[in-house]
Design a binder for this molecule. Structure first.
Ligand code: UTP
Length: 271
């Protein structure tokens, strides 16, 4: 099945991308020929979404809106309605998702982090939607990470074996570190949520980094027995750091420009 609405949080401060983000929001930093947030909207459209709610910040959100409207719809995005939801203060990813509540209403939704881009040909949203039993169960995209990542991401508590790529989950912990890690399966930045997540996030207090953490909300879904995972075999391209943005630009550039760009790279590093 396809899920008709996508929420794309894009209101983060982007402090790891300073000074580039002093004026320009992180979501508008260009990767090859388009801003990072456009990749997220394109991914939502490919998954069959008819509506993309982009969560933007108060100061620069109008620029993100303008990007999608200024000369009419972008090619390939004619069939998706793009709407901004404003997060007035950057209180965390969980809070950003909550800000889409009124627009989403009582519908299941895709959630796409705008500073993570899928590799061409590796979309995971259809698999997440397929595992959601017509949008009645929340499904998290997961990936196996090495121990050095256990204090960087959210990790899940498995409640079953993996079968056909899917498993049941009992919860999740943000940045657990090696001592508290319940597994090596980390949250990757692509999700299907039932609207139940909103009433949970409304009551979720600030957690790690003093932010309202989406991982804490996901944990509550797990405690209610309403959570599944899908284990993906590819990572996303993280464009939230200077090195990540550079790597993503090179990888997507190779995909887009092919042998011309490869010859340039070969010449640069010596064959
Ligand atoms: P990050 O934690 O990577 O974004 O959030 P950030 O806060 O911009 O990062 P730094 O540490 O300051 O560099 C993951 C996703 O959640 C969104 C971000 O835009 C990104 O897509 N986000 C995060 C919000 O929309 N609002 C927030 O308050 C926090």
């Amino acid at each position: 099945m396809s899920i008709e609405v996508a929420v794309i949080p894009a209101a983060g401060r982007g402090t790891r991308m300073r000074p580039a983000t002093r004026v320009v929001p992180k979501a508008l930093l260009s990767v090859v020929d388009r801003p990072a947030v456009q990749y997220g909207v394109e991914e939502a459209a490919r998954a069959g979404a008819k509506e993309a709610i982009v969560v933007v910040d108060l100061d620069t959100g109008h620029l993100i809106s303008q990007h999608f409207t200024i000369e009419g719809p972008l090619p390939g995005l004619e069939d998706i309605r793009i709407r901004p939801a404003v997060q007035e203060e950057p209180l965390g990813l969980g809070h950003a998702v909550f800000e889409a509540r009124e627009m989403v209403g009582d519908r299941p939704f895709l959630c796409i982090l705008s500073d993570n881009i899928v590799r061409p040909g590796h979309d995971v949203l259809p698999a997440l939607a397929d595992g959601s039993e017509d949008g009645s169960v929340s499904v998290m995209c997961l990936r196996e990470y090495g121990d050095e990542f256990l204090d960087k991401y959210g990790f899940v508590i498995p409640a079953s074996d993996v079968e056909g790529g899917y498993l049941d989950l009992a919860g999740s912990i943000e940045k657990p570190g090696k001592d508290r890690a319940p597994s090596n399966l980390g949250l990757v930045g692509r999700y299907v949520f039932t609207p139940e997540i909103f009433s949970i996030l409304e009551k979720t207090p600030p957690g790690a980094l003093d932010e309202i953490q989406l991982t804490d909300g996901i944990n509550q879904l797990g405690e209610r027995g309403r959570l599944r995972g899908y284990v993906s075999d590819t990572d996303l391209l993280d464009v939230g750091t200077p090195a990540g943005l550079l790597k993503a630009t090179v990888e997507l550039g190779l995909h887009q420009f092919g042998s011309d760009f490869k010859d340039f790279l070969d010449g640069l590093v010596g064959e």
